[in-house]
Design a protein around this ligand. Structure first.
Ligand SMILES: O=P(O)(O)OC[C@H]1O[C@H](O[C@H]2O[C@H](CO)[C@@H](O)[C@H](O)[C@H]2O)[C@H](O)[C@@H](O)[C@@H]1O
Length: 270
C-alpha cells in the first residue's frame, strides 16, 4: 500500500510537470490502466481511464501515449483506441517500445527461425498444464501461467523457461507478472520515451508503469538520467523501482491523470 503522503508527493510533482511548455504523458497498459485478467484478449481500460486520456490529449502542447508490451494492433483492439493518433491525439507504442507508428522492419531469417524455435519450446512447457498457454507477438512469444491454481506450479513453469529457451543466444527475456516473454529483438520503453521527448521538445515526461519492463522507462527520467528536472516517474503498486513516485492502484492512476489534466487545463482539480 502507498500512503497518503506518497499520493500528496506525487500530486505535487504532477503540479510542477503541468507547467511544462510541452508535456509528454505516457502510460503503460496492463496493470497500469487495465486490471489483470486471465485471458489477455479480454483486457479493457479501467473505468474513467479513456476520459482522462482524452482530456489530456485535448490540451495544447500535450502529447499522450500508451507504451505497452502488447503489439500495436492488439493494443488498439483491446484499448479501443485507433492506431492512427490523428483521430484521438493518443499515440500507441507497442512491443515494449520497439513498435512506434511505423511498422518495425520484418524479422530476418535468423530471427524468424529463432522465434519459431523458442515458441515451440514454450508451447512444450505450457502444453501439459491446463491454464498455461503461449501468447504470440510479431517478435516474441509469451508464456502465461496466471491461471495455474498453485503458485509453485507457476514458478516451476517460469523457471523451466528461464533456464531453457531464455538462455539461448539472441533471446531477450523479460519477466513480467505471471508471464515470461522471450523476444528476438531487444526493446526499451526508455528509448521510446526519449524518441517522443526529442520529437516534441518536451520539457517534462510523466510516465506511469507497474511492471519490470517499465523500469527501463523510469530509468531515462529525471535530470540525473538525461531527462529533465520536471520529469515524473510513477510506479503503480508495490515492489522495487527506480521511479521517484508511487501510487497504489489503477484507480489512483486515473485520478492522477484527471488531476494532471485539470491543473494543466487551468481548471480547479476535483
Ligand atoms: O507493458 P504492458 O502493457 O504492461 O504489457 C505487459 C504484458 O501484459 C500482458 O500480460 C499481463 O496482463 C494479462 C492480462 O491482464 C495477464 O493475464 C498477465 O498475467 C499479465 O502479465 C500481455 O499479455 C503481455 O503480452 C504483455 O507483455
Amino acid at each position: 500500500m502507498t500512503s497518503e503522503t506518497d499520493l500528496l508527493t506525487t500530486r505535487a510533482a504532477l503540479d510542477r510537470a503541468a507547467r511544462a511548455a510541452h508535456l509528454v504523458v505516457a502510460c503503460d497498459f496492463d496493470g497500469t490502466l487495465s486490471p489483470f485478467v486471465s485471458d489477455p484478449e479480454t483486457s479493457r481500460l479501467a473505468p474513467g481511464a479513456r476520459e482522462a486520456l482524452d482530456a489530456l490529449a485535448a490540451l495544447p502542447a500535450t502529447t499522450v501515449l500508451l507504451v505497452s508490451g502488447r503489439d500495436r494492433t492488439t493494443l488498439s483492439r483491446i484499448s479501443e483506441i485507433p492506431t492512427e493518433s490523428a483521430a484521438t491525439g493518443i499515440h500507441l507504442v507497442g512491443q515494449h517500445g520497439s513498435e512506434l507508428e511505423s511498422k518495425p522492419a520484418a524479422l530476418t531469417e535468423v530471427e524468424a527461425a529463432l522465434l519459431t524455435e523458442i515458441t515451440s519450446r514454450l508451447e512444450a512447457i505450457a502444453l501439459p498444464h491446463e491454464g498455461a498457454f503461449v501468447e504470440y507477438k510479431p517478435s516474441s512469444a509469451v508464456l502465461h501461467v496466471r491461471s495455474l491454481p498453485r503458485a509453485e506450479d507457476q514458478e516451476r513453469l517460469l523457471s523451466l523457461a528461464l533456464e531453457g529457451p531464455a538462455v539461448r543466444d539472441g533471446v531477450f527475456a523479460t519477466e513480467g507478472k505471471a508471464v515470461l516473454e522471450l523476444a528476438v529483438r531487444e526493446a526499451s520503453k526508455g528509448a521510446a520515451l526519449q524518441t517522443f521527448r526529442e520529437r516534441t521538445g518536451a520539457e517534462s515526461v510523466v510516465f506511469f508503469g507497474d511492471d519490470v519492463t517499465d523500469e527501463k522507462g523510469f530509468a531515462v527520467l529525471g535530470s540525473d538520467h538525461d531527462g529533465s528536472a520536471l520529469d515524473v516517474g510513477i510506479k503503480v503498486g508495490d515492489g522495487p523501482t527506480v521511479a521517484g513516485y508511487r501510487v497504489a492502484s489503477i484507480d489512483e492512476v486515473v485520478v492522477s491523470l484527471r488531476h494532471l489534466a485539470a491543473v494543466r487545463g487551468g481548471s480547479k482539480p476535483a
